[in-house]
Design a protein around this ligand. Structure first.
Ligand SMILES: O=C[C@H](O)COP(=O)(O)O
Length: 227
């Protein structure tokens, strides 16, 4: 089953997206939170958690760079936001041991900052539930994200793991389509990407043509519910 999440902390985007689009979770990182200006971070994350409700997941990233500090930060996030919160941990030398310990303790981990198949494989083995692969950032570094996604997916399937690739870091709709086509089970995107996908003038032009043809039969303003 494929999943779509929103990569934002903007309340307007979240209210629209969670209400109107087929979204199963919300992700953020410190840069996304910074875009919201001088917010109280935990207050905002609590608002987002409330908007998510019980059925959608919230993924919150740690900031610390040493293993013990990451573990401490993860515990604090769970205390503040609830035990079902997914803790986003970068797959770094210090992050991997934290992913292993948190996962062993039953914490939901989203492994992040993934630029290589090796990082993805290690995160799967360490027990992460989601593997956040950075699509656009890889392309910026002349790495092919479709190859990395396909290799990690093959590793997940071959090892019988229930981890899912959650592709992230998108700048356009084509990248999202490529991520899913390469084997990602999920993508987390900004609201702008969804709007791009629905914003083609040819879509509105087709809809307008159908409306005019119907009005030619039954008169102006008529619809299937008013004839
Ligand atoms: O948390 C991961 C983000 O999706 C990274 O996105 P970005 O490359 O646009 O900063």
């Amino acid at each position: 089953m494929y999943e779509l999440m929103l990569d934002t902390a903007n309340l307007e985007d979240l209210k629209e997206g969670l209400d109107s689009w087929p979204v199963v979770g919300v992700t953020s990182n410190p840069t996304i939170l910074k875009e919201e200006g001088g917010i109280d971070v935990y207050a905002r994350l609590r608002e987002i958690k409330a908007l998510c409700g019980k059925k959608r997941s919230l993924h919150v990233q740690v900031v610390s760079t040493a293993t013990d500090a990451i573990l401490e930060e993860a515990r604090h996030i769970l205390d503040q936001l609830g035990k079902d919160t997914f803790i986003k941990v970068p797959v770094s030398a210090a992050g991997l041991p934290a992913i292993k310990k948190l996962s062993a303790g039953g914490v939901n981990v989203t492994a992040t900052a993934i630029y290589s198949t090796m990082q993805g494989m290690l995160a799967v083995l360490a027990g992460a539930k989601y593997i956040a692969v950075y699509f656009n950032r890889m392309e910026n570094n002349c790495t092919d994200p479709t190859r990395v996604i396909a290799e990690i997916r093959s590793f997940i399937d071959g090892s019988g793991s229930d981890a899912k690739i959650l592709a992230a870091s998108f700048k356009n709709a084509a990248q999202v389509v490529s991520a899913y086509a390469s084997g990602a089970q999920g993508a987390t995107v900004g609201a702008d990407i969804i709007r791009l996908g629905l914003g083609m003038t040819s879509i509105d032009s087709a809809v307008d043509g159908f409306r005019k043809d119907f009005e030619a039969i039954h008169g102006a303003g008529k619809t299937m519910s008013t004839i």
